[in-house]
Design a protein around this ligand. Structure first.
Ligand code: NAD
Length: 287
C-alpha cells in the first residue's frame, strides 16, 4: 500500500494520549486500501496541552480531518468552527472534518450504536430504551437516540461524577427534543426492573463486564429480562459479557460492542471520504 502514496494523498489524524495501542490506524488504512481511496490515517500523541497547536497544524497542513479521543473529546469543541447538534448536546466530539478550512465536529459513537440497532433489525424509534451508564459512551448514545426519535430513555448510573453530568444532558434533551429522558440511581433495582419491563432495548454502557470487572454484570437477576427484550453491551472484549450470557439464556436477542465500533468507524469514513465502508470485509479482518 505504501508504494502507491503520491502527492495527491490526504492525511487523516487521530489525536489522543496515550494512543500507540490503538487499533484504529490499522483498521482505517486497511479500509482505505480496500476502497482504493487516496487517504492515509496516522495516530498522533496529542494531550490537552498540545491540542491547540495540533488543531492549528491540522488547519495549516490541510489534513482532511481527524479522529479525537481521550483526553481531548470535550476540550476540542472550543477550537472548531461548527458542531453538530449531537456534539452541542453531549459536549463531546470524536471526529473532525476539514472542509476547505472549515472544521466541523461530529460524534460518531451514538451514530454507530443507532446504526448497529438498525442493521440488526431492531426498531427503537418512537419506543423506550433503558441504558446503564453515564460516561462518554452512554452520553453519546442517549443524545443520538433522543435526536433520532426514541420516545423515552431511562438512564441508570451509580452516584459518581458522571451522574450529575448526565442529569445536565438529560435536561437539555428534555428541553430541546421530543424525547423524555430521566436519570435514576443504579442502586434502585426495583425501578430498573420496571423501566426494563417497559423498554424494547437495554444497553450496558458501563465498564462492568470487561477487565478488571470481567465476569460481572449489573443485572444478576435473570427475571429482569424477558425474551422479546434486545440486550446490547458496548463492551467488545470479551465478545460475550456476563450480561449478554444471562440475556442469551433468557432468550433475548443480544448485540455486543463490535457493531457499535464498526459502524461508528463507518460513519467517520463516510464523513471523510464520502464512501460506504466495506463492513463485512472489516468484520472478517477483525475476527
Ligand atoms: P467512562 O469512563 O466515560 O464511563 C464509565 C461508566 O461506567 C460510568 O457511567 C461509570 O459510572 C460506570 N461504572 C464504572 N464502574 C462501575 C461499577 N463498578 N458499577 C457501575 N457502574 C460503573 O467510559 P466510556 O468511554 O463511557 O466507556 C464505557 C464502556 O463502553 C467501556 O466498556 C468501553 O469499552 C465501551 N465503549 C465501547 C465503544 C464501542 O464502540 N463499542 C465506544 C466507547 C466505549
Amino acid at each position: 500500500m505504501r508504494d502507491n502514496i503520491d502527492g495527491h494523498f490526504l492525511l487523516i489524524g487521530l489525536m489522543a494520549y496515550p494512543i500507540r495501542h490503538s487499533l484504529s490506524p490499522q483498521m482505517q488504512n486497511t479500509i482505505y486500501s480496500k476502497l482504493n481511496v487516496p487517504y492515509v490515517y496516522l495516530a498522533f500523541e496529542v494531550d490537552q496541552e498540545k491540542l491547540p497547536d495540533a488543531i492549528k497544524g491540522l488547519r495549516a497542513l490541510g489534513l482532511r480531518g481527524s479522529a479525537v479521543s481521550m483526553p481531548n473529546k470535550q476540550l476540542v469543541c472550543q477550537y472548531l468552527d461548527k458542531l453538530t447538534p449531537a456534539v452541542e448536546m453531549s459536549g463531546a466530539c470524536n471526529t473532525i472534518s476539514n472542509d476547505n478550512g472549515v472544521l466541523t465536529g461530529y460524534n460518531t459513537d451514538g451514530i454507530g450504536y443507532m446504526r448497529m440497532l438498525k442493521e440488526a433489525g431492531v426498531d427503537v424509534i418512537g419506543k423506550k430504551m433503558t441504558i446503564m451508564g453515564a460516561g462518554g459512551a452512554a452520553t453519546a448514545i442517549v443524545v443520538q437516540a433522543a435526536l433520532d426519535g426514541v420516545k423515552e430513555i431511562a438512564i441508570f448510573n451509580q452516584k459518581d461524577e458522571c451522574y450529575q453530568k448526565i442529569e445536565a444532558v438529560a435536561k437539555k434533551l428534555n428541553q430541546n427534543t421530543q424525547c423524555k429522558v430521566y436519570v435514576t440511581d443504579l442502586d434502585d433495582k426495583e425501578q430498573l426492573r420496571k423501566e426494563i419491563a417497559e423498554s424494547v432495548v437495554l444497553c450496558n454502557a458501563t465498564g462492568v463486564g470487561m477487565k478488571p470487572l470481567e465476569g460481572q454484570s449489573l443485572i444478576t437477576d435473570p427475571t429482569m429480562l424477558r425474551a422479546d427484550l434486545v440486550v446490547t453491551d458496548c463492551i467488545y472484549s470479551p465478545r460475550k459479557t456476563k450480561l449478554l450470557e444471562i440475556a442469551e439464556q433468557q432468550g433475548c436477542k443480544i448485540l455486543n460492542g463490535i457493531g457499535m465500533m464498526l459502524w461508528q468507524g463507518a460513519a467517520q469514513i463516510k464523513i471523510w471520504t464520502g464512501e460506504e465502508a466495506p463492513i463485512e470485509y472489516v468484520k472478517e479482518k477483525m475476527r
